[in-house]
Design a binder for this molecule. Structure first.
Ligand code: GLN
Ligand code: ZN
Length: 763
C-alpha cells in the first residue's frame, strides 16, 4: 500500500512577513504592480521549493493569495458587486483591493474628491482567527469567469518544475458563506457550477491531475438545501476533468460522513485532530476506490505531535489501503518556522512545531510507515521524549493557581446589583450627555510608535526613554480627545503591541515568539501567545498607564483590558486540559486587574471580548456549553467591580442574533459592536431581545482607510434609534483605531462628535 504526504496549503505571508511589507509598499505608492507581483511570485517559488525539499508529494498551488483566498474565488467567478465598476468580469488589482479594503476616494485638483467605496464585508473563516471577504451576490448581477488565478498559479509552478495540486474553495462552501442581496445565493447554484466546471476543465487542460476542493462547510450543521447542493454540485463537477480531493477540516463529518464518502469524488480529506473518532466509521463507509487523506498533524495549533502514538493508529490503516497523510487543514493558521525563534527557551521550544516542522513530522511518519519505525528510530525517540517531558514539566502546573480555582464561588460571578440599579449610580458618577461619544481604545500605532517599540526591543532605546516617549504619546492623545470633544476618553494603548500579547507577556504561563506571525486578514498578521502553563498575574498590568492618562484630564478615562475569552481564543492554547479550564485561570487574573484599576480610581473599565463569538463551536449542539463557560469567565473577570463602576465590553465582526441571551448574560453596562458595514442590521435583534444595557453601534468602519462623513454617521445612528431607546445609545467607531493614521482618525472622529451633537439636537 502506498503512503504519500500532502500539504493542504502553506502560510502565504512568508517567513518574515515579506508579503505584508510588499503590500504596504504597493498601497503607499512606494512600489508598483510589477514589484508587488515579483514579491508574490518569489514567495510562491520559495514555498514550493521548501515543501518539495521537505519531501511533500502533493504540493499545493493557488493556496497563495495577495489578500484572501475567498476573494480570489469570488473574482474567478466574476462575483464583483456593481459598485466596484468592473462588470466585464476582468478585474485588475485596483478592483481587487477596492473590494478588500475600500477606497479613500481619489484626490483630484478640485475640491470634489471622487466617490469613495466601502470594502466588502469581512468575517471570520469558520472558527479561526483568519478573516475572509464575504462574497456578495446581487439580484440581476451577471457572473462571468474572471482571471483564472488557479490556472495561472498551477502553470507558474509547472514552469518551475513543480507538479502541484491546485486548491480552490468548493462551490457549496462559497455559496454558504456568500451573502445574497435580494436573492438566495443558492438560486445561482447552477450558474456557479457552470463556472466551476470551466475552471476545473481549464485546470485539467493545463495538466492538473488532481484538484483539492475545500469544503469545510461539510463539518457544520447542513440544511437540506446544502445537502442537495452537494449532491448536485459533485455529480456535475466529477465530470469536469481533474480528480477531486474533497477536503474537509475544522471538525468531524459526523452525521454527514456517509453522505460525504458517497459523493462521486476521487478522494476525501478528513480532520483527525479535531475529530479523531471519525476514522473508524470512515474506514467502514469509504469505498476502496476513494483515496483517503488523513489530517493527523494539527494545522490549528503549535504543539509537536506524539509521533509514536500516531503511528499506532496509522499503521493498521496503511496496511489496509492507500492513504495520504496531511496536516488537519491548511497551515495558514500556524507560524512558518520554529527555527527562526531565538527568544523561546529550549524547554518550551522542544514542545512546539510550526508549519515547516509539521511537514517534517509528516515526512517522519511517512518513512516510518513505508520503511518501518526503525528507519527513523532517533526521530521517533525525540518526539516521544518531548511529549514525556512536557507532561511532567513543573513549569506547567502551579499549586497556587489550582487553589484559587478551587475557591471560586458562584457569588463571584455576580455584580452587587442588577443593571437598572447600577445605571443610576454610574450616571451620577459620570454625568455624561445623551449619545455619549467614545472610542474603542487604541489610537494609531504610527511609524514613530512602532519604531520606538522596535528600538526598545532591540535594546537601543532604554526603558526610561521608551516609557517617557509613550507617556508623551498618551498625553498628546488625551489632549487631542479633549479638543475633539469626546466624552469618555481612552489612553490610546500606545504601549501595547497587541491587545492579547500585551497581557500575555505580563502573565505567567505564556510564552512568546519572535517571529511566530499568523495572517489575520490581508496584510495584517498577529503573533499569538503560546499558553503552555497555569496562568497567574504577578503584578498589575495596566494601572500605571491608566493613572498617567487620567491624571491629565477631568474627563473619565476608561481602563482598558482584554477579556479572558479573547485572550484564550487568540492564543495557541494548551491541549492538555479543557479550554475552559485555561480560560478560568485567565479570568481570575483579569479580575485582579479590574479591582486594581478600580482602586486606582477608574470609573469605567472596558473588558474587550472581541473574540467571544468566534470561539463558538461549529456545531450548534456544542454552542450552549461553550457560551455558558465563556460568559461565566467574563462575569468572573468583571463582577468584582463596584456598582458605580461602568463595565464596558467590545466585540468585533459579530453576528449576535443567535447568541443574544448570552450577550445579555455577560451583564456589561455598555457594549460596543461592529455594525458600520452591515447598516445597523444587528440592532434589530438587540431590540427584539429587549437588551437592557447600553450599546455603542459602530458608526465608522475602521477596517478601511476611508473617512466617513458626519451625515453618514447621523444616518446610521438614526437607523439605530429605530431599534433602541436614545438613552441606550453611545456613539463610537466599530473597533480600535490602531491600524489607521491620524490623518484618517482626526476628521473621522471630528465628524463623529459632530454627529453626536446633531443627534442630541434631535431630542
Ligand atoms: N481595545 C482594543 C483596541 O481598541 C480593541 C480591539 C479589538 O476589538 N480588536 O484596539
Ligand atoms: Zn473590535
Amino acid at each position: 500500500m502506498t503512503v504519500t504526504i500532502a500539504s493542504l496549503g502553506f502560510p502565504r505571508i512568508g517567513p518574515r512577513r515579506e508579503l505584508k511589507f510588499a503590500l504596504e509598499r504597493y498601497w503607499s505608492g512606494q512600489s508598483g504592480e510589477t514589484e508587488l507581483h515579483e514579491a508574490a511570485s518569489g514567495l510562491r517559488t520559495a514555498t514550493w521549493a521548501r515543501q518539495k525539499a521537505l519531501g511533500i508529494d502533493w504540493l499545493p498551488s493557488n493556496d497563495f493569495s495577495l489578500y484572501d483566498h475567498m476573494l480570489d474565488m469570488s473574482l474567478m467567478l466574476g462575483a464583483i458587486p456593481a459598485r466596484y465598476g468592473a462588470a466585464d468580469g476582468e478585474a485588475g488589482l485596483a478592483t481587487y483591493f477596492a473590494m478588500a479594503r475600500g477606497t479613500a476616494g481619489e484626490e483630484s485638483g478640485c475640491s470634489h474628491a471622487h466617490a469613495s467605496l466601502t470594502a466588502c464585508e469581512m468575517t471570520k473563516w469558520f472558527d479561526t482567527n483568519y478573516h475572509f471577504l464575504v462574497p456578495e451576490l446581487h439580484a440581476g448581477q451577471r457572473l462571468a469567469l474572471g482571471r483564472l488565478k488557479a490556472v495561472e498559479e498551477y502553470r507558474e509552478a509547472k514552469a518551475q518544475g513543480y507538479e502541484t495540486r491546485p486548491v480552490i474553495v468548493g462551490p457549496v462552501t462559497w455559496l454558504s458563506l456568500a451573502k445574497g442581496h435580494g436573492l438566495d445565493p443558492f438560486d445561482r447554484l447552477d450558474e456557479i457550477l457552470g463556472l466551476y466546471g470551466v475552471i476545473l476543465g481549464q485546470l485539467a487542460l493545463a495538466g492538473a491531475d488532481w484538484v483539492q476542493i475545500d469544503e469545510p462547510i461539510l463539518v457544520t450543521d447542513l440544511d437540506d438545501r446544502q445537502r442537495r447542493a452537494f449532491t448536485r454540485a459533485y455529480a456535475r463537477l466529477a465530470r469536469s476533468g481533474p480528480k477531486l480531493m474533497l477536503t474537509t477540516y475544522f471538525g468531524g463529518l459526523d452525521d454527514t460522513l456517509s453522505f460525504a464518502a458517497s459523493l462521486p469524488v476521487s478522494g476525501l480529506h478528513v480532520d483527525l485532530v479535531r475529530a479523531p473518532h471519525q476514522l473508524a466509521p470512515l474506514l467502514k463507509a469509504a469505498p476502496r476506490s476513494l483515496l483517503l487523506s488523513l489530517g493527523v498533524i494539527d494545522g490549528r495549533n503549535i504543539w509537536r505531535a506524539d509521533l509514536e502514538a500516531l503511528l499506532d493508529r496509522l499503521e493498521p490503516v496503511a496496511a489496509m489501503r492507500d492513504i495520504v497523510i496531511a496536516p488537519s487543514c491548511s497551515l495558514l493558521h500556524v507560524p512558518v518556522d520554529l527555527a527562526l525563534e531565538h527568544k523561546l527557551d529550549d524547554e518550551v521550544k522542544q514542545w512546539l512545531a510550526f508549519a515547516v516542522q509539521k511537514l517534517e513530522e509528516l515526512a517522519i511518519l511517512n518513512r516510518a510507515l513505508v520503511d518501518g519505525r526503525a528507519s527513523v528510530a532517533a526521530e521517533l525517540a525525540a518526539s516521544t521524549q518531548a511529549a514525556v517531558l512536557r507532561r511532567a514539566s513543573p513549569r506547567i502546573h502551579d499549586a497556587q493557581v489550582a487553589a484559587r480555582i478551587a475557591a471560586i464561588t458562584p457569588a463571584m460571578h455576580d455584580r452587587r446589583s442588577g443593571h437598572a440599579a447600577r445605571r443610576g449610580q454610574q450616571q451620577a458618577a459620570l454625568g455624561l450627555p445623551a449619545f455619549p461619544t467614545t472610542t474603542i481604545g487604541s489610537f494609531p500605532q504610527t511609524a514613530d510608535v512602532r519604531h520606538a517599540r522596535a528600538e526598545h526591543g532591540r535594546g537601543r532605546l532604554d526603558t526610561d526613554a521608551y516609557r517617557q516617549f509613550l507617556r508623551e504619546e498618551t498625553e498628546r492623545a488625551i489632549r487631542w480627545q479633549e479638543e475633539a470633544g469626546l466624552d469618555m476618553l481612552v489612553h490610546g494603548e500606545f504601549e501595547r503591541n497587541d491587545m492579547v500579547q500585551y497581557f500575555g507577556e505580563q502573565l505567567s504561563g505564556f510564552a512568546f515568539t519572535a517571529n511566530g506571525w499568523v495572517q489575520s486578514y490581508g496584510s495584517r498578521c498577529v503573533r499569538p501567545p503560546i499558553l503552555y502553563g497555569d496562568v497567574s498575574r504577578p503584578r498589575a498590568m495596566t494601572v500605571d498607564w491608566w493613572r498617567h492618562a487620567q491624571g491629565l484630564t477631568d474627563k473619565p478615562v476608561k481602563g482598558m483590558l482584554t477579556g479572558p475569552v479573547t485572550i484564550l481564543n487568540w492564543s495557541f492554547v494548551r491541549d492538555d486540559q479543557p479550554r475552559e479550564a485555561s480560560c478560568r485561570q485567565i479570568a481570575l487574573a483579569i479580575r485582579d486587574e479590574v479591582l486594581d484599576l478600580e482602586k486606582a480610581g477608574a470609573q469605567a473599565i472596558q473588558i474587550d471580548e472581541a473574540a467571544l463569538r468566534e470561539g463558538l463551536p461549529l456545531r450548534r449542539r456544542d454552542w450552549q456549553a461553550y457560551l455558558d463557560w465563556a460568559v461565566a469567565c467574563f462575569r468572573l473577570a468583571a463582577a468584582g467591580a463596584d456598582d458605580a463602576t461602568q463595565i464596558h465590553t467590545h466585540m468585533c465582526y459579530s453576528e449576535f442574533n443567535d447568541i443574544l441571551p448570552s450577550i445579555g448574560a455577560m451583564d456589561a453596562d455598555v457594549i460596543s459592536i461592529e455594525t458600520a458595514r452591515s447598516q445597523m442590521e444587528l440592532l434589530e435583534g438587540f431590540a427584539r431581545y429587549r437588551y437592557p444595557a447600553a450599546i455603542g453601534p459602530g458608526v465608522y468602519d475602521i477596517h478601511a482607510p476611508r473617512v466617513p462623513g458626519e451625515a453618514e454617521m447621523v444616518a446610521l445612528m438614526r437607523m439605530a434609534r429605530r431599534h433602541l431607546a436614545p438613552d441606550q445609545l453611545w456613539v463610537n467607531p466599530d473597533c480600535g483605531l490602531k491600524t489607521r493614521t491620524w490623518e484618517e482618525v482626526r476628521p473621522a472622529i471630528a465628524a463623529m462628535v459632530a454627529a453626536a451633537r446633531t443627534l442630541r439636537a434631535d431630542l
